[in-house]
Design a protein around this ligand. Structure first.
Ligand code: KG4
Ligand code: ZN
Length: 344
């Protein structure tokens, strides 16, 4: 079964053709990172306009890279929630129109579910149920339990910022570019992870909080520089030297990764019959997270780096498992975008 997956929830315009949910025949991603790097974040209006410009060329390239024609495509899958409204609108309108035009069933897929299913792409071994999934992206930080395909239980979630958002905001304080995750990892490579003591947020149970950690970095930078807490965050980067930036990056990255894995360990304690640990979302590209997770847990799954960020292949994979498990297609005339919703 061949599925065309379309993803436009944030600042990547992406389309892919995937065979039987696991074999990627093409994967086209046009990123707007270069546009937003200088702003330190995504401007929704600008993102939507750029999606509009490249959407159809991206879909056509996915078909031609896979050497497939519309006749050979069995279904279309698209991200419909959560994400930026304008961005979601471009992807869903494109998918709806193509589904009507080419008479293909349409599947509206939850973005976080897609990130989880990136772990089924191009793998020799697949995750086994029951599994625990740590979903770490720019918009979400959650621990989910899955007993089977289509069975999702959110057992922990952030009460404020997402971990990716925290990486992005800390990068901004340190004068590093957007997206902050890769920039902090790179800057922290030569840094001393023990130089700055950053407190892990104290939230009971399996929930997370990241806004406190971001503020802890801010206060620690102000105090390191001998500046008052009223000193504006945007100016701090002008006073930091490269050693301080490296050490702050390494200290923050270690604290964030330890915190994530401590919560996952707590979840494992509550669900000891867990067979696999599945990492998902943009932050799952983080090298320290990958290494530390493999030290702490067995049967750890990470998506291939190219499928850890937003892409169309993971959307097609998630739709394939929906189809296999009896989920009905969506009416293309009625599909709505939803800014935020739980995985159904
Ligand atoms: O999943 P994603 O591509 O988009 C959302 O659905 O949000 O995640 C983007 C987030 C950004 O916050 C980015 O800084 C973070 O993933 N990220 C990383 C790394 N690569 C991307 N965070 C830490 N380490 C990385 N290597
Ligand atoms: Zn994402």
């Amino acid at each position: 079964m061949l599925i065309l997956g379309i993803e436009t929830s944030c600042d990547e315009t992406a389309a892919a053709i995937v065979e039987d949910g696991v074999k990627v025949l093409s994967n086209v991603v046009v990123s707007q990172i270069d546009i937003f790097a200088e702003y330190g974040g995504v401007i929704p209006e600008v993102a939507a306009r750029n999606h509009l410009e490249v959407m159809m060329p991206v879909v056509n390239k996915a078909l031609s890279d896979a050497k497939k024609t519309w006749d050979e495509i069995d279904a279309i899958a698209v991200t419909h929630t959560p994400g930026l409204l304008g961005s979601l609108l471009i992807g869903t309108l494109t998918a709806r129109t193509l589904a009507i035009l080419h008479k293909k069933p349409l599947y509206a897929v939850h973005h976080l579910k897609s990130h989880i299913y990136a772990n089924w792409l191009e793998k020799e071994e697949m995750p086994e149920f029951p599994l625990l999934s740590l979903v770490v992206s720019g918009g979400h930080t959650q621990i989910l339990r899955m007993d089977a395909h289509e069975s999702f239980e959110i057992i922990g979630t952030t009460r404020d910022d997402a971990v990716g958002e925290c990486f992005d905001k800390v990068a901004k304080i340190l004068g590093l570019p957007y997206p902050g995750g890769p920039a902090i990892s790179k800057a922290g490579k030569t840094g001393d992870k023990n130089r700055y003591k950053l407190p892990k947020p104290n939230v009971e149970g399996l929930d997370f909080s990241f806004s406190g950690l971001k503020t802890a970095v801010l206060r620690s930078v102000q105090s390191e520089l001998g500046l008052p807490i009223s000193h504006p965050s945007y100016d701090l980067k002008n006073h930091l030297d490269s050693r301080q930036i490296a050490d702050f990056s390494a200290s923050f990255e270690k604290t964030a990764v330890d915190y994530l894995l401590e919560k996952l360990e707590k979840a494992y304690f509550l669900y000891p019959n867990t067979k696999s640990f599945v990492f998902a979302g943009g932050v799952s590209a983080n090298e320290l997270l990958r290494l530390s997770a493999k030290e702490r847990f067995k049967n750890v799954f990470f998506p291939e780096i190219k499928y850890s960020g937003d892409n169309g292949a993971m959307v097609a994979a998630a739709a394939y498992f929906e189809i296999k498990n009896g989920v009905e297609p969506t009416n293309p005339y009625k599909l709505n975008i939803i800014p935020r919703s739980e995985i159904r």
